[in-house]
Design a protein around this ligand. Structure first.
Ligand code: ATP
Length: 302
């Protein structure tokens, strides 16, 4: 009797966009971006086990908002890897979800990258890094970054990655909002608000890249920028009060994380981060508050 391979668990981080420069809409509907990602220490864990057929289960406070069928990005990752290697995706994928759902922190992308790395190990497919990254790019713009982690500049629609150096840990506080925001809807609102105005080519900020390299939180705070923020605030005006509460409590800077509605606060140090978190929790302007640091490692077998 052949013994089933042991389950494989992969830990994958959330991300915050420290710069998100959005160009005009392309003919294919996507937008060209200069997207500076920083992986942060909020994680989902994806565990894969041999099964008779593809099965998805999700645990965690937001599990009810995550599809438990083949539309789950983690399932799509397993199906894509299996198809390339002539296999059937006979696997149980369990997601222990800690990354806010539809929060602008790339939770679904993290699960896809995690499932890919986990299934590769479970099935012994031995896919190269290049092959894994190519599958990630097919699954979604943010998925390649979830695989690599750390800090990186994403070009194209975000999937063409160039790793960036970081000179130390940055202290972050995240305020989780009630409900999510749909990323496509936020892009549509961004286009609507811009109207006919000329949109410059998206470029990474040299000051921001240098602040990351130097590990300089004050300089990074001065360079944070998110072109989707006006659209997220237009769709969810209540986020303005959350941003103000964190800034008043001493955050160096506050911004909407990606397409929102999670808001991100950069703090000077760990002590200040805890003070900001306490004030945000007391402000009644958000559902939950998380304190962490970035950069964090990309998808890692545990
Ligand atoms: P991004 O920051 O990349 O725009 P997000 O963090 O805003 O993404 P996700 O948490 O990735 O949003 O979820 C967006 C939607 O994708 C959810 O509403 C859900 O219906 C769907 N989805 C599919 N698979 C997953 C998954 N594994 N985890 C979470 N959501 C998933």
């Amino acid at each position: 009797m052949t013994r089933s391979p042991a389950p494989v668990t992969v830990r994958v981080p959330a991300k915050v966009n420290v710069q998100l420069a959005v160009g005009g809409p392309r003919p294919d509907g996507f937008h060209d971006l200069a997207n500076v990602f920083l992986a942060v220490g909020l994680y989902d864990e994806v565990t894969v086990t041999p099964a008779d057929e593809l099965l998805i289960t999700v645990a965690g406070p937001d599990a009810g908002q995550v599809p438990a069928d083949a539309s789950n990005l983690a399932a799509r990752a397993a199906i894509a890897l299996a198809a390339r290697h002539g296999l059937e995706p006979r696997v149980h994928i369990h997601i222990a979800k800690d990354i806010p759902v539809a929060g602008g922190m790339a939770g679904g992308s993290a699960d896809a990258a995690g499932a890919l790395v986990a299934c590769d190990a479970l099935w012994g497919t031995g896919a190269s890094r290049e092959e894994l990254l190519a599958i990630c790019a097919e699954l979604g713009s943010d998925v390649p970054f979830s695989l690599v982690g750390g800090a990186a500049l994403g070009r194209g629609r975000g999937e063409l990655l160039e790793p960036l150096e970081t000179g130390g840990a940055f202290h972050w506080v995240f305020a989780v909002a009630d409900g999510g925001l749909s990323t496509p809807e936020v892009y549509r609102e961004c286009d609507r608000l811009r109207g006919d105005a000329a949109v410059p080519e998206p470029e990474a900020s040299a000051a921001l890249v240098e602040a990351l390299r130097a590990g300089d939180a004050v300089a990074l705070a001065g360079a944070l920028a998110n072109d989707l923020q006006p659209a997220a605030l237009s769709l969810r005006p209540s986020l303005a009060a959350t941003l103000a509460a964190g800034t008043e409590a001493g955050a160096l800077a506050a911004l909407v994380s990606g397409s929102g509605p999670t808001t991100a606060f950069l703090a000077k140090d760990a002590e200040s981060a805890h003070a900001v978190a306490g004030a945000l929790a007391a402000s009644g302007t958000c559902r939950a508050v998380r304190v962490t640091t970035g950069p964090a490692r990309g998808a890692t077998v545990v």
